[in-house]
Design a protein. Structure first.
Length: 423
């Protein structure tokens, strides 16, 4: 390998292992390559700007802000209550309410960390109060939170659509069935655990309780209808839907619920900006990284190596999934998508994989990586809320991660799960 290839691969890995933030590690590698190869240094600021000049990427900060506004405005609590009245009498009823509330919240925020934080802040203390193990409660909330990358509108699909130059709306549709399969798998786990538990069940909600919950939660339930209905009805684009979600959440929080005040807005906006800045910094610097990778023809060489050593399409998909999962367990998922995306897409095209199916497979893998130990992003969000250490939460989340891997295998080798709604 050339010096540039060593810097971009081994050098980047060494910086990450030393604990340097991903965005800075990528930037350092790009700068070192530019200086050592005698390339014009102005390439870096040019690629930083070019990497963020996509209309679709505007969806990221707005969906982040929508999630923060919904949480501060009380909509997440309404969603939890609506889900709870329908399932609380079932085995594992409270856990089912977590999954249901996460699905509703994910259909507006598009963000796994935002969903984990919003639902976790409400449900982890409530589950512990009712006698559930705190590590298990944390693991469940984290597992439910990572449904957000699969349930439209999804920030992960927005990023992948920009990278792969594919229809974001079609990518949204490709994640619905994988997300539903994961939600059903989680439901099966918690119901089985509930049947084995001796914990008394909650009484069935009366018709009056259900009507009251629906009446109080109508504005929360309308949020995904407005956002998704507008996208698939052609009223606005996925990016514009993020702005609509913000306006809707702001209106409900300040005018209807009256739990969100003007004094709180700077803090809410700052919180959303902090998360968005991390994502956009990685996207920006990764553009220069990807440019140098393409210049070195690393993707072409890897594709050639795979074609020479792997003849079967199913073996190639397995190798990519294994490598992606291992990386996602120790690296930032968005960085992996942006850095390796062009390379992976080239390999998939060489083996004739449908680009929408491949995107669904990759985002499913990304979602699992957000929950997988040791450094899954949502795992640390859940641990920050509960105050738990990694080891007990990792043990509690293992059954959920194994179930997710089964779903990943189905999505990988049965394209119908990704393409049925698209077609």
């Amino acid at each position: 390998m050339s010096l540039t290839a060593w810097i971009l691969s081994a050098g980047f890995a060494a910086l990450v292992a030393l604990g340097m933030p991903f965005a800075f590690a990528i930037a350092v590698c790009v700068i070192v390559v530019l200086l050592s190869a005698g390339i014009e240094p102005m390439l870096l600021p040019q690629t930083l700007v070019a990497g963020t000049q996509s209309f679709s990427l505007l969806a990221i900060p707005f969906f982040m802000l929508a999630g923060e506004l919904m949480s501060a405005g009380g909509l997440s609590q309404r969603m939890v209550r609506v889900a709870d009245v329908f399932v609380r009498h079932l085995p594992g009823g409270m856990e089912l309410a977590v999954i249901g509330a996460a699905l509703i919240f994910a259909a507006v925020s598009g963000s796994a960390p935002a969903t984990t934080a919003a639902i976790g802040a409400v449900m982890i203390p409530a589950m512990v109060e009712r006698g559930h193990d705190k590590a298990y409660a944390t693991a469940l909330v984290v597992s439910a939170g990572i449904l957000a990358p699969l349930i439209p509108p999804s920030i992960a699909f927005v990023i992948w659509g920009v990278i792969a130059e594919q229809s974001i709306t079609k990518l949204f549709l490709s994640g619905v069935l994988p997300g539903a399969m994961m939600a059903l798998g989680m439901a099966a786990i918690v119901v089985t655990k509930g049947l084995r538990s001796q914990r008394p069940r909650e009484p069935r909600a009366s018709l009056a309780d259900i009507k009251a919950a629906l009446r109080d939660g109508i504005w929360a339930l309308l949020a995904p209808v407005v956002v998704l209905g507008g996208i698939y009805g052609g009223a606005f684009t996925p990016t514009e839907s993020a702005v609509v979600a913000c306006v809707y959440a702001l209106f409900v929080g300040t005018v209807v619920e009256k739990r969100l005040t003007l004094k709180q807005l700077p803090q809410v906006i700052a919180s959303a900006m902090a998360i968005s800045a991390i994502v956009m910094a990685i996207v920006a610097v990764s553009n220069g990284f990807s440019f140098l990778v393409a210049q070195e023809q690393m993707a072409t060489r890897l594709a050639g190596w795979l074609a020479q050593h792997i003849d079967e399409k199913w073996m190639m998909l397995m190798a990519l999934n294994l490598g992606f999962f291992v990386l996602a367990a120790v690296m930032d998922e968005i960085a992996i998508m942006v850095i390796l995306g062009p390379m992976l897409i080239g390999i998939a095209n060489q083996f004739g994989v449908d680009p929408i199916h491949f995107g669904s497979m990759m985002v499913t893998n990304v979602a699992i990586g957000m929950a997988a130990p040791p450094i899954g992003y949502c795992l640390f969000v859940g641990m920050a809320i509960s105050g738990m250490k990694l080891a007990p939460v990792a043990r509690a989340i293992t059954p959920f991660v194994l179930m997710m891997l089964v779903v990943l295998v189905l999505v990988t080798y049965l394209p119908i799960f990704s393409l049925a709604l698209v077609r």
